[in-house]
Design a protein around this ligand. Structure first.
Ligand code: 3PG
Length: 205
């Protein structure tokens, strides 16, 4: 089992994937890994998601996790499908305790000081900052990161190729998440690989 830091350090960007067709899983995962993005967040928003995770896990170098996990039933299904990390849009102490008990790396969503304190009560210090752009953007996260100086974040929601670098330049941002790397529609492997490569190059030297 990896640590949550190891997952966050695989690449500067965790692509957030909404995949409708199981047949798209392998081409998408291969293109992302070829472009250097290894942590793949498959959101549980489509009926195909669990099968998509199983397919993607076959790609060498891919570390496949489940996103949009909001309850214990989804957590169990994701773990059963081989999820190596779990992402939630928010944080409840109930689900938080269940994920921690499972031992799998966890990135729950936070947007306020109270959210972060609830996470710290559970022993967590790594969070998804969500929805990043509409929760005050970078100024808000800077203000939160000051008192919670040990916390590290993966901002997600409204981040794209144009603004990811400014988030990644912050010491409290370990990676960012976003759906821009794999747009909806027919899979264009060359385009996805190019977007992944560009995403990898975003981290300042
Ligand atoms: C998520 O689930 O993290 C968001 O839907 C991703 O946000 P984005 O589509 O703005 O990148």
């Amino acid at each position: 089992m990896m640590t949550v830091d190891e997952v966050m350090e695989l690449a500067p960007v965790i692509p957030v994937l909404v995949v409708d067709r199981v047949e798209d899983a392998l081409p998408i995962a291969r293109a992302l890994v070829a472009g250097g993005l290894r942590a793949l967040e498959v959101t549980l928003r489509t009926p195909a998601a669990l099968d998509v995770m199983r397919e993607m896990a076959q790609v060498e170098g891919a570390v496949v996790g489940a996103g949009t996990v909001v309850n214990l039933r989804q957590l169990d299904a994701a773990l059963e499908a081989g999820a190596r990390f779990i992402v939630s849009p928010g944080l409840t102490s109930g689900l938080g305790k269940d994920v921690i008990a499972s031992g799998v790396p966890y990135l729950p969503g936070v947007a306020t000081a109270g959210d972060i304190m609830r996470g710290m009560d559970l022993g967590l210090s790594r969070f998804k900052f969500f929805p990043a752009a509409t929760s005050g953007g970078l100024p808000a996260l800077k203000a939160l990161a000051a008192p919670f100086f040990e916390a590290r974040f993966c901002p997600t929601g409204g981040i794209g190729a144009a603004n990811a670098a400014e988030w990644l330049a912050q010491p409290f941002v370990k990676c960012v998440g976003g759906s821009w790397v794999v747009p909806a529609g027919p899979v264009d492997q060359a385009k996805i690989e190019a977007a992944a490569r560009a995403a990898c190059a975003l981290r300042p030297a």
